[in-house]
Design a protein around this ligand. Structure first.
Ligand code: ARG
Ligand code: GLU
Length: 715
């Protein structure tokens, strides 16, 4: 009887239908049969191969943290508008505002070079666990182990790229139970081909962000250029479009509910194997604290941005950044609570102990595991709070952040004045803000500072505060308002006029500026966190990682009938599922797709987030949807799927059973944002821009239909 119960409960363990971010080189061994059962029509080798061209050769890391896919034999790539955002903003001027108006190159020499933007392909992935761990002796101390692992990793990385133009890096998987090597090729001449205007690319703004139903065309297109040998090269007029090993054919057939879908990309970070203690900390302390601190900041920014256009433009990008994870964390917290995540995790822990109980050796090995988790998280909780107060509260005050950077400048200057080797000139140049401040308003920041210091002071013991803050509080009788005014009224770092004078005679009067009250406070905050909070956080992070490593290995060794996928870590993964609708709450059912009708309806509300350029409305009136219409006659915009995705999957190709591109991944549903910690196939959904809408925009809206000639369209 007991045995039956155990076998039965294990079904509730990990990796249920559609869950998982799988390593492409292991698909054949782990997932292929299941994928086939779910409708996939190709071979595992067509997904990933190191000998032949495969889909992996058309999937790339785009910029800092997005994915892009190759869609033509001439190196044309597709990603999200929000992924291209900073490059597009960087190319925009008041006269040529590509963010506002959109942009389309009508011939090759109109494609615009994007400084600093890179695109990286994976050449091969290798399991190097044995090589990394080989020389590690069990008698080693933790520190010896760490340093041996690090030096093995360094040596392997260097050897892997030897004599080639490739780069290489090694990442731990399953909390360091395994290590994989990635050999990559990075292109540096990337040019903007086209983008819709922001009103369409980011239609719905913050109102619709993380929300379904969704109507924005979140895409932009770039082209990879290489040298005559088809290899990466710095920007050069002589460079030519890159010829890829593979490019995705594009399906114009559309999708049906239940169709097989696969997302191939670079998910950033998930934590699916956390214990109940970690989830408890997350939903009862970390998420609520971070959310409440961001809410305060957003309210202040929002009120000021409404005052005039100058302030609105100054803060719009910053607002979007703060708002994105504010909204994500609130969804995550509610989702985990609603799903009773802590108790579900507790049950998994109990199931695990029951599973190993019959073997005395194993039982002994894991006997104290969860007690140690519990103790470690109890010690970690107050530190985590201090850490969040640093990153989300004090560092939410912009003046603190950029003034603290001057620590380096003053240090280098002291070296210079003592006649030593120094990097003063570069440090000064890198850290000196443009005057007048471009995206900083003293009065807005003063309000942020007051609000943030108030919460910080109310929640922190005086003895644990940065030293100079404590002194300032003494001087101002604990009055945060007066203290803040003192800072903003007297500092040269936050005032356009005073800063101008200061930066003109900085070197001469440095001793004076080093006693600037804003600088004294900001540097004191920085030192406090670097010397007291961060080392302790680092200590506990290592402890927790060791415990997770043990738990992870325990699960993989003992839960025999389950396949375990490693948490996302920014490396290439495949996730598969189907086109799926869902019920956001009792009595409500959402469709799995949206159409341009919904975009126009939202536009009629007159709300600012739903403004679109008149051209879109004119085209809508003509109903000229051509080959891009669905068989229901409508022009579809987005659809939802049950693919397990996270941040970093933005821009990822969404692929059908035959390996054809059907869309570009760009978001998740709010109710399902908990999937970073606990995926639930019944309501966690990824949101995809239907590729037919993308092509309609390129062809009919932008009049750049010539680009379709280089694509392979499947009708
Ligand atoms: N939520 C999407 C992703 O994380 C899109 C974010 C950009 N859009 C925005 N409205 N802020 O990250
Ligand atoms: N918008 C996200 C990104 O930038 C994708 C949404 C998610 O977190 O799944 O990667």
């Amino acid at each position: 009887m007991k045995k039956i119960i155990i076998v039965f409960t294990l079904v509730s363990f990990f990796a249920k239908a559609d869950e998982g971010m799988w390593m492409p080189q292991l698909i054949e061994a782990l997932n292929f049969q299941d994928m086939k059962k779910n409708g996939f029509k190709l071979t595992a080798e067509q997904i990933y191969s190191i000998n032949k061209a495969s889909m992996k050769d058309a999937v790339a890391i785009f910029g800092g943290g997005c994915t892009a896919e190759v869609i033509s034999t001439k190196g044309l790539i597709l990603t999200n508008h929000h992924c291209g955002f900073s490059s597009i903003a960087g190319l925009s001027t008041v006269q040529n505002d590509y963010l506002k108006n959109g942009y389309w190159a009508m011939k090759p020499n109109e494609e615009l070079m994007c400084p600093g933007l890179t695109v990286t392909f994976i050449k091969r992935i290798e399991d190097v666990t044995a090589k990394v761990m080989g020389s590690i002796k069990s008698a080693f101390s933790e520190i010896q182990k760490d340093s041996a692992i690090q030096s093995n990793i360094k040596a392997l990385e260097v050897a892997a790229k030897k004599d080639s133009h490739f780069d290489s890096f090694i990442r731990p998987f399953y909390y360091g139970n395994e290590y994989y090597l990635f050999v990559v090729e990075t292109f540096k001449d990337i040019r903007l081909v086209g983008t819709p205007p922001e009103s369409i690319g980011k239609f719905g703004g913050e109102t619709d962000n993380w929300v379904w139903p969704r109507h924005n065309a979140d895409f932009s297109m770039f082209r990879i250029y290489g040298n005559k040998e088809n290899k990466p090269a710095d920007f050069n007029q002589e460079n030519i479009p890159y010829t890829p090993l593979h490019s995705f054919p594009i399906s114009l057939k559309g999708v049906e509910k239940g169709d097989f879908t696969m997302v191939y990309g670079f998910p950033g970070r998930t934590q699916e194997y956390l214990t109940s203690y970690a989830v408890d900390l997350l939903i009862n302390q970390q998420d609520p604290l971070r959310v409440s601190l961001r809410e305060k900041r957003l309210n202040i920014l929002d009120a000021d941005m409404k005052k005039n256009d100058t302030l609105r433009l100054m803060y719009t990008a910053k607002y979007a950044g703060v708002a994105n994870y504010y909204k994500k964390w609130s969804g995550e917290m509610l989702g985990l609570q609603k799903s009773d995540a802590i108790n579900k995790k507790k049950k998994q822990e109990a199931d695990f102990l029951a599973l190993v109980a019959s073997d005395p050796k194993k039982a002994e090995l894991y006997k104290n595991l969860f007690a140690e988790f519990k103790r470690t998280y109890a010690d970690y909780a107050p530190l985590s709070k201090q850490y969040d107060y640093f990153t989300e509260c004090l560092w939410g005050v912009e003046a603190f952040r950029f003034t603290a950077n001057f620590t380096v400048v003053f240090n280098e200057l002291r070296k210079k004045q003592a006649g030593k080797d120094n990097k003063f000139e570069t440090a000064f140049k890198d850290n000196k803000p443009a005057i007048p401040f471009k995206n900083f308003n003293k009065e807005t920041d003063r309000k942020l500072c007051k609000a943030m210091l108030e919460v910080y002071v109310a929640n922190t013991d005086r003895e644990f505060m940065p030293r100079f803050l404590d002194s300032l509080l003494n001087v101002h009788n604990g009055n945060v308002g007066a203290l803040t005014d003192f800072l903003y009224n007297n500092s040269s770092f936050v005032d356009n006029e005073k800063a101008k004078i200061m930066f003109a005679d900085f070197e001469k009067n440095a001793a004076l500026y080093e006693r600037d009250p804003m600088y004294l406070l900001a540097s004191s905050i920085l030192v406090h966190y670097q010397k007291t909070v961060l080392p302790q956080i680092g200590y506990y992070d290592r402890q927790i990682n060791e415990l997770q490593k043990t738990y992870m290995k325990g699960l993989m060794d003992n839960v025999k009938d389950k396949k375990f996928y490693p948490d996302a870590n920014g490396t290439l993964r495949v996730t598969y599922g189907k086109v799926a609708d869902y019920q956001p709450k009792d009595g409500v059912q959402y469709l799995h797709y949206t159409t341009i009708d919904g975009m126009v309806d939202k536009n009629k509300t007159g709300l600012e987030d739903f403004y679109v350029k008149p051209r879109l409305l004119e085209l809508y009136e003509k109903k000229d949807f051509g080959q891009y219409a669905d068989k229901n006659g409508k022009l579809h915009i987005a659809f939802t799927g049950s693919n397990h995705t996270t941040g970093g999957n933005s821009g990822s190709p969404v692929i059908n059973a035959k390996g054809e591109l059907i869309g570009t991944n760009f978001d998740r549903n709010w109710e399902g944002t908990m999937s970073d910690v606990m995926y639930n196939g019944s309501f966690c959904r990824n949101i995809v821009l239907d590729v037919r809408f993308t092509l309609w925009m390129v062809d009919k809206y932008a009049g750049a239909g010539y680009l379709l000639n280089e694509m392979k369209l499947v009708k």
